[in-house]
Design a protein around this ligand. Structure first.
Ligand code: OXD
Ligand code: MN
Length: 603
C-alpha cells in the first residue's frame, strides 16, 4: 500500500524501469474507451462485431499459449515461506524482484504505459480499496473500464482514502525500433509471473495479457491481496457471488455462494426462478467482501463493477439474463465468429452454423471436430447491463447476508443440499468442499476432484490454515443466531448411469426457496449425521420432471461413502499441517462419531 503522495514518483520510477514511449493517465470516460477501441481495431487486435446484432461490441483473440489463469506461474512472495503455506507457490521476495526487474527493464519499449486509477467497491463504502494499475495493454485498459470503477473520480477519491495498492503489468513484449507488434503480444510461459507481495500490498504481473493474470483488480487485488488485508483488519475477501431472493410475500434476503471457477456462479447469480412468485436479482457474480457491523451481523459488497464471465455454455436456456447483458457494449475474448460477425460458442442457442471463424482465427466447419470457441472464452460487460441487477447493488453499506452456500461438482456422496449445524460446522464444510478440475485453469488434471476451501484455493494470499482460522475467528466475534447459516449444495450429483439427478439452472430456485424458509425458521428438516437435510416434502418440486426416486437419491446419505469421504478429508487436512484450526479437527471427529453412531443404529 502506497500513500497518495507517492503516486507520481512510483509511476515515474516504473516508467524509468519499463521505458514506455509515453505515459497516458486514464480519465475513465466513454470517449477514451471508444478511442482506445478504435485504435485496437485499426491495429487489427480487435474485431468490431455486427452493429445491429451486437452494437458497441468487439472480439479479441489471444495467443493460444495465453488463454487462462496460470496457477503454476502465480506466486505469493511473503517475507517468510511459512506464511504462504502449502497451497501457494512461494519465492523469496528479494529474489523474485531481482528476476522480475530484469524482465521489466525496457519491457514497455515502443508501447504506451496506461495509468489506470481504479476502485474496487462502490464509492463511499468503508471497505472499498483503490488500486493503480500500470499496463502496456490497451485491451487490459478497456477491460478495466468495464470491470472496475475507473478514472478521474478515483483519483478524487484517493484524496480522501489516502492509500492505493500499486499494480504493475506488462505483457512482456517490447517493440524495438521498426519491430512489428503481434496481435496478442505476450511472453513465453517460463517468463510469465503473476506475483503478489502481501506485506507490501504490491502486485507485479508480467508476460500474460489474459483475464485474471492481467486485469489486476480482480483475482490479484480483490482476492489475493485483499484476503491478507482482510485477515489483518478482521473482514473477509471471498470468491463468492451475491444474490437477492424475494418471496411472493415481498420479503427479500441476500445469499452468497462459493463455487470453484466455472461451476455456475454467474448462472446462479442471474437465475430465473421456475417457482411462481419468487424472484432472484444479482448483486455480484464472483467476489464478495464481507464485514461485521456492530449488530454482530455480516454485510457484503461486490467489489467489482462488471462481469468477466465464461461464455462457453451460456445460452438463453442456461442463463437468459447473461445473454441479455451481453447484447451490446461487450468485449468477447476467444469466442468464435459467425460469417455475419456475431459471436458463437459451444452451448449457445440455435443450430451449429455451417461455417465459422474459430478462436484461432481459422476457418471452421462442424467436420473439423474441434471446439470453435476456446473452453475458457469470456465476455466482459458492465454489471449495470444485467436486466436483473438489484437496485442496491452499489449500496456502500452493503447487504445483510442471511445464508452462505458452498459447493462444487461432486457426482457422488454429497446430497443436493445440507445445512450446517453451527458456524464452525459450516466452516468445516467450506474447508472440505471440492470440485472436478475445469478449463478455467491450465492443468493436466482436468476431471479429477481437488479440495478447494471456499473456492479460494488459488486465491488465498497467505497460509490456508490461517485462512480457515480467520473464518473460525470471525464466528467468535458474534454468535450463531446472528451469523448467516451455511449450506453445502451439489447440483451435480449423478445416478448410476452417469446422468445428472437434478435439472439445475432455474430449478435451483427450489433449493434457494428451502434455504430462504430455513432462515425464516419455517421449513422442516431432518437431523442427520452430516447436518440438516430437507424433508422430501419441503423441497418444492411441483412441475419438475424428476426421474422416479431421484429426489430420494438426491437427499440420501450413504454413511459408508461418507466414512470414505472422512478418510479423504483426513489426508487432505494433513496437507494443511499444524496450522489447521483445532476447531476443524474437532468438527471432523464429531462427524466421524455421528456417522459411526448412525451405522451402529442401522445394524
Ligand atoms: C474467474 C475464475 O475468472 O475464477 O472468475 O477463474
Ligand atoms: Mn472466479
Amino acid at each position: 500500500m502506497y500513500k497518495k503522495e507517492e503516486l507520481k514518483d512510483w509511476v515515474q520510477e516504473m516508467a524509468e524501469l519499463c521505458e514506455p514511449k509515453e505515459i497516458y493517465w486514464c480519465d475513465g470516460t466513454d470517449e477514451e474507451y471508444n478511442n482506445l477501441m478504435a485504435m485496437l481495431v485499426e491495429e487489427k487486435k480487435a474485431v468490431p462485431l455486427n452493429e445491429v446484432k451486437r452494437p458497441g461490441s468487439f472480439a479479441f483473440f489471444s495467443d493460444p499459449s495465453d488463454v487462462a489463469r496460470i496457477e503454476d506461474r502465480t506466486f505469493i512472495a511473503s517475507l517468510h515461506k511459512e506464511d504462504a503455506g502449502p497451497t501457494n507457490n512461494w519465492i523469496d521476495p528479494v529474489e523474485l524482484k531481482e528476476k522480475m526487474i530484469k524482465l521489466y527493464r525496457g519491457s514497455m519499449r515502443g508501447r504506451t504505459m496506461y495509468v489506470i486509477p481504479f476502485m474496487m467497491g462502490p464509492f463511499g463504502s468503508p471497505l472499498s480499496k483503490i488500486g493503480i494499475e500500470l499496463t502496456d495493454s490497451a485491451y487490459v485498459t478497456c477491460n478495466m473500464k468495464l470491470m472496475t470503477r475507473m478514472g478521474r473520480d478515483v483519483l478524487k477519491e484517493l484524496e480522501a482514502k489516502n492509500e492505493f495498492i500499486p499494480c504493475l503489468h506488462s505483457v512482456g513484449y517490447p517493440l524495438e525500433e521498426g519491430q512489428e507488434d503481434l496481435l496478442w503480444p505476450a511472453a513465453p510461459l517460463e517468463d510469465k509471473y503473476i506475483s503478489h507481495f502481501p506485506e507490501e500490498r504490491l502486485i507485479w504481473s508480467y508476460g500474460s495479457g489474459y483475464g485474471g493474470n492481467a486485469l489486476l483488480g480482480k483475482k490479484c487485488l480483490a482476492l489475493r491481496i485483499a484476503s491478507v488485508i482482510a485477515r489483518d483488519e478482521m473482514w473477509m475477501a471471498e470468491h463468492m457471488l451475491i444474490l437477492k431472493v424475494t418471496s411472493p410475500q415481498g420479503l427479500s434476503k441476500y445469499m452468497l455462494a462459493a463455487f470453484p471457477s466455472a461451476c455456475g456462479k454467474t448462472n446462479l447469480a442471474m437465475l430465473v426462478p421456475t417457482i411462481p412468485g419468487w424472484t432472484v436479482e444479482t448483486i455480484g457474480d464472483d467476489i464478495a467482501w464481507l464485514w461485521m457491523k456492530d449488530d454482530g451481523r455480516l454485510y457484503a459488497i461486490n467489489p467489482e463493477a462488471g462481469f468477466f464471465g465464461v461464455a462457453k455454455g451460456t445460452s438463453f436456456r442456461s442463463n437468459p439474463n447473461a445473454m441479455m447483458s451481453i447484447r451490446k457494449n461487450t468485449i468477447f475474448t476467444n469466442v468464435a465468429l459467425t460469417d455475419d460477425h456475431d459471436v458463437w460458442w459451444e452451448g449457445i442457442d440455435g443450430p451449429v452454423p455451417e461455417h465459422l471463424m474459430d478462436w484461432k482465427k481459422e476457418d471452421w466447419t462442424p467436420s473439423k471436430n474441434m471446439p470453435a470457441a476456446h473452453p475458457n472464452c469470456r465476455f466482459t460487460v458492465k454489471a449495470d447491463q444485467c436486466p436483473v441487477i438489484a437496485p442496491e447493488w452499489e449500496n456502500p453499506e452493503g447487504v445483510l447476508v442471511s445464508a452462505i452456500l458452498v459447493g462444487g461438482r461432486r457426482p457422488t456422496t454429497i446430497p443436493l443440499i445440507h445445512e450446517a449445524l453451527s458456524w464452525n460446522h459450516g466452516v468445516f464444510m467450506g474447508s472440505m468442499m471440492g470440485s472436478e478440475i475445469t478449463a478455467a485453469i491450465l492443468s493436466k488434471n482436468i476431471g479429477q476432484v481437488r479440495r478447494d476451501p471456499f473456492a479460494m484455493l488459488p486465491f488465498i494470499g497467505y497460509h490456508v490454515g490461517d485462512y480457515l482460522k480467520h473464518w473460525i475467528d470471525m464466528g467468535k466475534r458474534s454468535n450463531d443466531a446472528l451469523l448467516p447459516k451455511i449450506y453445502y449444495v451439489n447440483w451435480f450429483r449423478k445416478d448410476e448411469a452417469g446422468d445428472y439427478l437434478w435439472p439445475g439452472f432455474g430449478h435451483n430456485s427450489r433449493v434457494l426457496k428451502w434455504i430462504f424458509e430455513r432462515t425464516e425458521g419455517i421449513a422442516p428438516a431432518n437431523l442427520t449425521p452430516i447436518g440438516y437435510l430437507p424433508t422430501e416434502e419441503s423441497i418444492d418440486v411441483r412441475g419438475l420432471p424428476l426421474k422416479h426416486g431421484a429426489l430420494q437419491e438426491l437427499l440420501s446419505i450413504d454413511t459408508y461413502a461418507w466414512l470414505d469421504e472422512v478418510k479423504s478429508i483426513e489426508s487432505y487436512y494433513q496437507t494443511i499441517g499444524n496450522k489447521l484450526p483445532k476447531a476443524l479437527k474437532m468438527e471432523l471427529e464429531k462427524l466421524t462419531s455421528r456417522l459411526h453412531y448412525e451405522n451402529l443404529n442401522q445394524e
